[in-house]
Design a protein around this ligand. Structure first.
Ligand SMILES: [Fe+2]
Ligand SMILES: [Fe+2]
Length: 157
């Protein structure tokens, strides 16, 4: 009997069986892709809005910080994919960066919510303890991104 699973069940933790890690690797790769694409997108938008809008430098600094954080997330998720025996595969997506700041922020709000939920779902899997701690930290970062973008949106009204 797998005692760790029994103790997890006793602790009331919801555990999902990793089917040879395949399902987990697939989900982590999906997260890795969004993280990579957002790293590039936030960085590109930072440069666009720096010139385009009145308080551009301020917005650009926030977007650059977001880009750096998503890069760290991508790096950590990629490491875990390799630890599980998989390969991080990034399918570069030429994302639309047009439209107003409001349009862009609304899109990012949806994506950040998606990522928060994605990490929340991943935490229900039977993960390596250290990675679970890291993932909780990443989930908190996404929560902070949701807060930041909501605040930026409010500032536009
Ligand atoms: Fe992220
Ligand atoms: Fe984020």
């Amino acid at each position: 009997m797998d005692t760790s699973r029994v103790s997890a069940a006793l602790a009331g933790k919801k555990m999902i069986e990793n089917k040879g890690n395949k399902e987990l690797i697939k989900l982590l790769n999906q997260a890795f892709n969004v993280e990579c694409n957002d790293t590039f997108l936030y960085s590109r938008e930072a440069e666009l809005f720096r010139k385009k809008i009145k308080n551009g430098a301020e917005v650009a600094a926030k977007f650059e910080k977001l880009s750096n954080t998503e890069l760290r997330h991508a790096d950590r998720v990629a490491m875990e994919i390799i630890n599980l025996g998989g390969s991080p595969v990034w399918d570069y997506e030429l994302a639309n960066d047009g439209g107003s700041l409001r349009t862009r922020l609304k899109m990012h709000l949806d994506k950040e919510l998606y990522m928060y939920n994605c990490y929340d779902s991943l935490l229900k899997y039977d993960l390596d303890d250290n990675f679970a701690i890291t993932l909780k930290g990443i989930r908190e970062d996404e929560k902070e991104h949701i807060r930041l973008i909501t605040e930026l949106l409010k500032g536009l009204r």
